[in-house]
Design a protein around this ligand. Sequence first.
Ligand SMILES: Cc1ncc(COP(=O)(O)O)c(C=O)c1O
Length: 348
Amino acid sequence: MPAAPPRAFASDNAAGAHPAVIEAIVAANEGHALAYGSDRWTAEAEGRLGELFGPGSEAFLVWNGTGANVMALATMVHPADFVATTEWAHIAVDETGAPERIVGAKIVGLPAADAKLRPEQIDALDRYRGDMHHAQPGVVSITQSTELGTVYSANEVAAVCEAAHRIGMVVHMDGARLANATAALGGTLATLRSFTVDAGVDVLSFGGTKVGAVGGEAVVYLNPTLATRAKYVRKQVNQLPSKMRFVAAQFNALLEGNLWIELATHANAMASHLWGLTSEIPEVVLGAPPAVNSVFPILPSEAIAPLQEWSFFWDWDATRAQVRWMTAWDTTVADVEQFAAGVRHLLG
Ligand SMILES: Cc1ncc(COP(=O)(O)O)c(C=O)c1O
């Protein structure tokens, strides 16, 4: 059996933080700075995020991804609205009901084999409009990149936004892995704008944690009319960091020189490499090459536990013996090769 790879393939948030992030936190640890965002690091981060998305956008730093989603939705829904998303959506199945409890909105998880919503599914929601016995279509939430490692093209996002706006809904994008999607679609700031602000997304959760931060996300309002109560709502939903400079410093480090895109590009490339090496193993059943940083193989079921014991990863769909291997900003070629060799050894 080869030695276990030093970095496992469990998740991108199992990875540590990038050294530039740690250095930025240490550098921000000087003297006193006013709390709650009245500090120079936060001004810089908000300015940088504003430059990414252009005039009219407004960014709010928060603690974590679930909180970013809750804050975003809390500023988007009206009483008696529902949020339409996919059956895979993190807000629907992985947030312990936080949006339902805190925002008070019904979350409707629509079927989506590839975790992507289609405009026709949104068109169909109009039938509920005006029915007093039914929650009203308020928000469409899409995840980019998705929970299944797929990516919406800019045109697909634009079509979703158009369909939603046509029937009076607004669009939230859960971008916990926005960096991986940006990398997958071209890796430039123009790419980022093409599937967010240019496509008509109203509010964005922008992830830092999965791409090398210790912890920190931003809620970015691309539609300024939705931002008017954001600063109050952030505090209400417990997402106002007191020592905000340390969240801001992390974003400044990741945004400097587009490090966040570089790290995501690397994570994506490592998943492609892993897919390539393991696709040569006959017992491993793989789908299409990964668009971002996750691979979802089906393995002989009796091999899963011993493999996990050797180098841990999560089950995905136990009914089909499907698991998830996920790469991160710090996954190395050696990690991938060692891991693939271990899979070959155990399955062979
Ligand atoms: C798609 C997606 N959205 C949101 C989150 C929430 O992040 P957090 O764990 O920081 O609340 C995650 C985390 O796994 C995620 O994968």
